[in-house]
Design a protein around this ligand. Structure first.
Ligand SMILES: CCC/C=C/C(=O)SCCNC(=O)CCNC(=O)[C@H](O)C(C)(C)COP(=O)([O-])OP(=O)([O-])OC[C@H]1O[C@@H](n2cnc3c(N)ncnc32)[C@H](O)[C@@H]1OP(=O)([O-])[O-]
Ligand SMILES: Cc1cc2nc3c(=O)[nH]c(=O)nc-3n(C[C@H](O)[C@H](O)[C@H](O)COP(=O)(O)OP(=O)(O)OC[C@H]3O[C@@H](n4cnc5c(N)ncnc54)[C@H](O)[C@@H]3O)c2cc1C
Length: 674
């Protein structure tokens, strides 16, 4: 299905793989896109936007200086922004595709090898206006933000604090005399640090600061702050702003720092949906739940699951296609060199990547639907579902980003030396995804948030109180104890829940035993955090296994038999992979026997063999165009070696036969004249 526009000749091995695929690739594309209509619209938009004129870079981005890279990214962001504004809305905007199909995000990958400096504008600035402003404030800020007169970012993290939001030091002190807030950075560690686009691009930002009024601090609140002049783009007096320097990735995102020297903003620049300051300085709290100002973070955590699923699909596409083209070594003496995809160890590295991309995509669609329900509840003043949703989105964000980063790195390893080339795009995909494990809530910190909820749920189960849906399995565990083993998919999912329940139970015991020795609850909790993180991870894995299995069955109800078969093979592979990965836990918390373990391993290896002939078809079904993949190793036509050489020749070092350093240093060294 992938666009093969401009293809001269498809590599023979890839062509044969495609001819032998057992199913109609388009059927799986439609499933992943959420229906044929979505696929048709997406492809129309891709045809329309991915034009050579906008995409061509004479010099590869990675050969540019940091400054040139940034300037190129701004140029492309503006072209991309104009395209979206002028043309894409003709297709009905994002709503046409459903909020979870992320068409624009997909297309953006063709424009930016790294990140758009405007990502935070649409990704966080606009959503925070929607989530944290009153209707009146929205009518003032939204039109200006959507027409790009106001370009913004989200500046919460400081040099000294990212995780512990309550510890942020920037202050916003209300002055009733002038009806203004005075923003101030009292220490070096209070400088804002990290916000994308802050370094050079934006003219406004959302600043999260400690609100002081009438001599009292009311905790952190968000404010809209203009930081640069709209005409000259110079920082305004009282603002110290700059870029934070080179990073592992995100090098076109101009992440920035920001400090305030008693900088004044109007009272109405406080985002007032959840709390207000009246003219006289009276503080009015409207948020009954207490954590509504964390709403943008929850929203982004939901989006990130989809983001990493797509990036893993990209890495799997590159690695599987390359593994079908690449031939290396001999299986038996004198035999022709096999495609490396024929090595079982290679299949073990890669098929779990395809299955995980599906698992995360389907889980993300389910999470989005659940989130939409929570948002509707909140609109009607109901916040009861928030604690469970916070626990769910926290662990899914942590596990999906961590799994995706590890598996993308595995894809890179599976491509040998060529996977190390920037032109394979695997290093950039990895550097992007590994950051998702940290930003919007660090892995450990978020799992501990989930653990907090799980321990409370356990106590509720003990007290015989009803439990919310994602933890209702604890009630069953209370009744039946250790789970029986059953090697069906349903049985493995049940066992995964059993492991989670067993681990939560062990944490509860551990905390209580420690408290009995005289420790405070906080100290007992702290000493148990290694187990608590593992329990939250086990809970999250059980949820993903459950959702993936049930969603795959539901989605393929009307599919052709071959598509149903291959989708079932993938879900079964996923469940077996994780059962084997966590065999120690299963031995501890379920009735699995030694023989069952042997059978699990055997079945897993049989599944690798069954999936092998369809592997290329499965990654083709992700339907990621060459312009978006940006990879010498993963292009649809498989012209790997030609592309590697073409890209190498673009290196600026190849523009001249002899570099001047020869005359300046090497020659004098060779002649003993240095
Ligand atoms: C492209 C890249 C863009 C990147 C952008 C960024 O990174 S932007 C920067 C992104 N930065 C980050 O992501 C920073 C990550 N850090 C954080 O999100 C918070 O500091 C925290 C959640 C770790 C702790 O917060 P805290 O110290 O205020 O809270 P606490 O632990 O004392 O718990 C008190 C109660 O609150 C509950 N509760 C908490 N959060 C939520 C919620 N969202 N919803 C609902 N409930 C929530 C919690 O469950 C607990 O309930 P319980 O048990 O009492 O019933
Ligand atoms: C690429 C990138 C882009 C970003 N973009 C933005 C942005 O646009 N806007 C913005 O505001 N921020 C942004 N951030 C900041 C990001 O949100 C924070 O880095 C993140 O929330 C982690 O916080 P931290 O850096 O303070 O880590 P720390 O909290 O200092 O974490 C360091 C270590 O301490 C551990 N730790 C911390 N607290 C605990 C605890 N309670 N229990 C156990 N272990 C703990 C962590 O697990 C970790 O191992 C970005 C970060 C990155 C990397």
């Amino acid at each position: 299905m992938s666009d093969n526009k401009g293809v001269r000749r498809v590599n023979e091995d890839l062509a044969r793989e495609r001819a032998n695929c057992s199913f109609d690739v388009r059927e799986i594309t439609f499933l992943l896109d959420g229906g044929e209509n979505n696929t048709i619209t997406r492809k129309k938009i891709e045809d329309f936007t991915l034009t050579d004129e906008l995409l061509s870079d004479k010099v590869p981005d990675e050969c540019l200086s940091p400054k040139e890279k940034y300037e190129n990214a701004v140029r492309k962001s503006c072209l991309f922004g104009k395209l979206v504004k002028d043309k894409l809305l003709e297709f009905g905007g994002l709503e046409t595709f459903g909020p979870n199909s992320f068409v624009l995000r997909r297309i953006a990958d063709a424009f930016f090898k790294e990140i758009s400096p405007l990502l935070l504008h649409l990704g966080m600035f606009v959503p925070t206006i929607l989530g944290q402003c009153t209707a009146e404030q929205q009518s003032e800020w939204l039109p200006r933000a959507l027409s790009m007169q106001v370009i913004g970012t989200y500046a919460q993290t400081e040099l000294g604090h990212g995780t512990f939001i309550r510890g942020l030091e920037t202050t916003a002190t209300y002055d009733p005399e002038t009806e203004e807030f005075v923003l101030h950075s009292p220490t070096l560690s209070s400088f804002k640090w990290w916000a994308g686009g802050l370094g050079k691009t934006v003219n406004h930002c959302i600043v999260v600061a400690q609100l002081h009024t009438k001599g009292q601090c009311h905790g952190t609140h968000p404010f809209i702050v203009q930081i640069r002049d709209l005409e000259t783009h110079q920082p305004l007096p009282g603002i110290k702003v700059g870029e934070i320097g080179p990073k592992l990735g995100f090098n076109t995102a101009d992440n920035g720092f920001l400090g305030f020297d008693k900088y004044r903003i109007p009272r109405m620049n406080m985002m007032m949906k959840n709390a207000q300051i009246l003219k006289d300085g009276t503080y009015v709290k409207l948020d009954r739940h207490g954590k509504m100002t964390y709403g943008t973070m929850v929203f982004i955590r939901v989006m990130v699951v989809n983001e990493v699923a797509f990036n893993l699909a990209k890495a799997a596409t590159i690695a599987v296609r390359y593994s079908a083209v690449r031939r290396q070594s001999e299986k038996k003496p004198g035999e022709p060199e096999p495609q490396i995809l024929d090595y079982v160890t290679q299949q073990h590295k890669l098929f779990i990547c395809i299955a995980t991309a599906h698992a995360l995509q389907l889980t993300s669609d389910w999470l989005w639907r659940t989130f939409s329900g929570v948002v509707t509840d909140i609109k009607h003043g109901k916040t009861d579902s928030l604690p469970e949703f916070h626990a769910l989105s926290s662990c899914l964000k942590a596990i999906s980003t961590s799994d995706a980063a590890l598996l993308i790195e595995q894809c890179r390893h599976s491509c040998g030396g060529h996977g190390y080339m920037m032109s394979s795009n695997l290093p950039l995909i990895y550097s992007f995804v590994t950051a998702t494990r940290t930003y919007e809530g660090d892995y450990t910190v978020l799992l501990l948030q989930t653990a907090r909820f799980l321990i409370k749920a356990w106590e509720q189960a003990e007290a015989g109180k009803p439990l919310t849906p994602t933890v209702s399995y604890l009630t069953k565990y209370f009744k039946d104890g250790r789970v029986p083993w059953d090697s069906t998919s349903e049985g493995i999912v049940n066992a995964a829940y059993g492991v989670a329940a067993g681990k939560i139970s062990a944490c509860v015991k551990s905390i209580r035993n420690r408290v009995k020795t005289g420790l405070s609850y906080e100290d007992a909790w702290d000493l148990t955090t290694v187990q608590l993180v593992a329990a939250a991870e086990a809970h999250c894995r059980a949820v993903i296994c459950d959702v993936y299995r049930s969603e795959a069955v539901r989605l393929t109800e009307k599919s052709s038999p071959n598509v149903r078969a291959v989708m079932r093979q993938l879900t079964t592979l996923y469940l077996h992979y994780w059962a084997l990965e966590r065999i120690g836990d299963l031995l501890r918390y379920s009735a699995v026997s030694e023989e069952d373990v042997v059978a699990l391993q055997q079945k897993y290896e049989e599944l690798l063999a069954l999936i092998r002939p369809d592997a290329v078809g499965l990654v083709d079904a992700f339907d990621i165009r060459d312009e978006i993949l940006n990879s010498t190793l993963g292009a649809y036509d498989g012209r790997v070696y030609e592309r590697l050489m073409e890209e190498a020749l673009k290196s600026p070092l190849n523009a001249e036969p002899v570099n001047r350093s020869f005359h300046m240093y090497l020659k004098p060294l060779m002649q003993g004249k240095l």
